[in-house]
Design a protein around this ligand. Structure first.
Ligand code: FE
Length: 332
């Protein structure tokens, strides 16, 4: 009797007209809110698709995705650095997707060959030097920063940061472990101060005269330049006769257990489009990955450069080897 009543009720529910449920996408983002919200708001106003998101550091977000497993509400993961994207893919939390739109908009070396993540903005990790104490002609390559002529003149960020792990991983890919270790040992020998906790502090040390040269991501230079109009620092593009400038990405993937996989893929495709790329990159003074979109004026003013064409995926694959190598070389 009760069962009849229950199934009758269920029937009534099934037959009732469904309220118009707006489509939605749930995003876990290691990219800061101020860099994504303007784009999400625009997408919602254009498509009616609601975007719910949380932001956190990449580590806790990935832990959360893993712990939630099939029950996760997340449809998309946005994070920075190919090392982190590679790690997320290896952990199994991202779905393999094939999309002609993404494959056209994102160059092959800036996405996972298996389609589990796609770069959405590009940053260069390059040399920044004191315009008072260094001539650009004295500079040439990352490798050359290991030369004795830089003894007591080099500042670096800590090796604990994934950005430096990715840089060293590409040195391993290029030169093999032995040569890469020699280079890193040379850097350590040349340090003027213990490694800094972030790129901005490393540049401030150069500006203050503690050292003459450092290696940082371009957008941190851009921020400092905006805050300090008479900054006596400049960007140098290394390795222009060899491997090219080390580049990395911020990027995103659709989660393996997405509840709205099609909507998530559409959002990802839109983020790679000509319409969205200018803002996605520009809000953080980065380079668009979509070759049809020009960088904003301030970024363009740093000049063009030859970038390393190695697939950024290599940075992830060789990350553990890079961490061990830096440890052996005494790079803290
Ligand atoms: Fe950063």
């Amino acid at each position: 009797m009760k069962r009849y009543l229950l199934s009758g009720l269920l029937f009534a529910v099934l037959l009732a007209p469904l309220p118009a449920v707006a489509e939605e996408v749930v995003v876990y983002s290691a990219r800061n809110e101020h860099l994504i919200k303007p784009l999400f708001d625009r997408y919602t106003s254009e498509t009616g698709v609601e975007i719910r998101y949380i932001t956190d550091q990449e580590g806790p977000l990935l832990q959360r995705l893993k712990a939630e497993g099939q029950r996760t509400p997340a449809d998309m993961l946005i994070t920075v650095d190919a090392g982190n994207l590679w790690h997320a893919a290896e952990t199994g939390v991202l779905a393999e997707i094939r999309s002609a739109v993404l494959e056209a908009n994102v160059p092959a070396n800036l996405r996972d060959p298996q389609g589990r993540w796609f770069g959405l903005s590009e940053r260069a990790r390059t040399i920044v030097y004191s315009t008072e104490r260094v001539k650009p002609a004295d500079l040439s390559s990352y490798e050359d920063l290991a030369d004795r002529k830089w003894k007591g003149r080099l500042c670096l960020r800590t090796s604990k940061k994934v950005y430096n792990q990715s840089l060293v991983a590409t040195l391993i890919a290029r030169h093999g472990e032995d040569k890469a270790e020699q280079i890193v040992r040379g850097w350590v020998d040349n340090l003027a101060a213990a490694p800094f906790s972030n790129d901005t502090k490393a540049m401030q040390a150069v500006a203050a005269g503690q050292c003459d040269v450092t290696v940082v991501n371009t957008y941190y230079f851009g921020r400092l330049q905006k805050d300090t109009p008479d900054l006596k620092l400049a960007i140098f593009w290394p390795n222009q006769d060899s491997s090219g400038v080390h580049i990395n990405v911020s990027g995103a993937g659709v989660t393996r257990y997405a509840k709205h996989p099609e909507a998530a893929q559409k959002l990802l495709e839109w983020l790679s489009s000509e319409e969205a790329q200018g803002d996605f990159a520009g809000l953080n003074m980065e380079y668009p990955v979509n070759p049809k979109v020009a960088p904003d004026a301030m970024v363009a003013a740093w000049g063009s450069f030859k970038a390393d064409e190695l697939n950024v995926n290599e940075a992830g694959r060789l990350q553990t080897a890079a961490i061990r190598l830096m440890d052996r070389a005494g790079y803290r």
